[in-house]
Design a protein around this ligand. Structure first.
Ligand code: IPE
Ligand code: IPE
Ligand code: MG
Length: 248
C-alpha cells in the first residue's frame, strides 16, 4: 500500500472479519509449483494480513485454514497442512504474542495428532492474556459439525426444549463469546460458503474477490474494508430515511 493511502475509517470498521483463504492450489498451479508451495505462500500472506488487522484496529479475525471436508484430499497434502499449522505455532507464536494477538482454535481438536493438539492448547494458553486482536483459527472446522456438537452438548446438559433460544444455542458453539462476523471475505472467486460459520453468518456482509489467497495483499484488504464501510446493513428492516422518501 502506498504511504498516502489513508487508514480505513475507524467508525466504520468491522469488529469481526472472517476469511475463507481459498485459491492456494490454483496459485501454485499457475506457477507450475506443487500445491503445498501454494499453502506455504498463503501462510506468508496470512502474516501480512494479521499485521494489517493489528494496524487497522480489527478486534476479531477468523481464518478458515482446514475444513472437516479437507481430510478428503490426498494424504500428502493433508500431512503438509498439518505440518504448516505446527510450523506456524513453532515459528510465529512469539511474534504474534508480541503484537498482542490472542489465539483461539475453533473446530474439532480431538481428531488432530496428539502432539499437535497439545501445541494448539499451549498456544491458546500462552496468549490468553492478549487483547489487541483475537485470532480464531478454524482448523478441522465444519459448520454442520459445530451445530451437531452443540446440540449433543445441550442435550447432555439437559437443556429443556423451551429453553433453547438463539442466545442459549450460541453459547454452545465454538465461537462462544465472539461476536458474529460482520464481514466475510472469500478469495479465489468461489461463490459458496463451504461449511464455514453457517450459523454465525446469518447477517454477515460478503466480499468475494477473484484474487487467489497468496496474492490478497494489504491493498486488497483495505479495499474490502472500504466496501464494507459503504454497505447498508438493514437486518430485514427498512431504514427510516427510505421510509420517509416513500411516504413524503
Ligand atoms: C485453500 O486453498 C486452502 C485450503 C483449503 C486448505 P485450496 O487448497 O483450496 O486452493 P484451490 O481452491 O485448490 O485453488
Ligand atoms: C474452503 O475451501 C476451506 C478452506 C479455505 C480451509 P475449499 O477449497 O476446501 O472449498 P471448496 O471445496 O472449494 O468448496
Ligand atoms: Mg479451494
Amino acid at each position: 500500500m502506498s504511504q498516502t493511502t489513508p487508514p480505513p475509517d475507524a467508525n466504520k470498521l468491522p469488529a469481526h472479519v472472517a476469511i475463507i483463504m481459498d485459491g492456494n492450489g490454483r496459485w501454485a498451479l499457475k506457477r507450475g509449483l506443487p500445491r503445498l508451495a501454494g499453502h506455504r505462500a498463503g501462510t506468508e500472506n496470512l502474516r501480512r494480513v494479521i499485521r494489517a488487522c493489528v494496524e487497522f484496529g480489527i478486534q476479531y479475525l477468523t481464518i478458515y485454514a482446514f475444513s472437516t471436508e479437507n481430510w478428503g484430499r490426498p494424504r500428502e497434502e493433508v500431512n503438509g497442512l498439518l505440518r504448516i499449522l505446527e510450523d506456524v505455532i513453532d515459528k510465529e507464536l512469539k511474534e504474534l504474542s508480541d503484537q498482542g494477538v490472542r489465539l483461539r482454535h475453533i473446530g474439532r481438536l480431538d481428531q488432530l495428532p496428539s502432539h499437535l493438539q497439545q501445541k494448539v492448547l499451549d498456544a491458546v494458553e500462552l496468549t490468553k492474556g492478549n487483547s489487541r486482536l483475537t485470532l480464531n483459527v478454524a482448523f478441522n472446522y465444519g459448520g454442520r459439525d459445530e451445530i451437531i456438537q452443540a446440540v449433543q452438548h445441550m442435550m447432555r446438559d439437559g437443556v429443556q426444549p423451551d429453553d433453547v433460544s438463539p442466545e442459549t444455542f450460541s453459547r454452545y458453539l465454538y465461537t462462544v463469546g465472539i461476536p458474529d462476523p460482520d464481514l466475510i471475505i472469500r478469495t479465489s472467486g468461489e461463490l459458496r460458503i463451504s461449511n464455514f460459520l453457517i450459523w454465525q453468518a446469518a447477517y454477515s456482509e460478503w466480499y468475494v474477490t477473484p484474487t487467489y489467497w497468496p496474492d490478497f495483499d494489504k491493498d486488497e484488504f483495505h479495499k474490502a474494508l472500504e466496501t464494507f464501510a459503504n454497505r447498508d446493513r438493514r437486518y430485514g428492516k427498512i431504514n427510516s430515511s427510505d421510509y420517509e422518501k416513500n411516504h413524503a
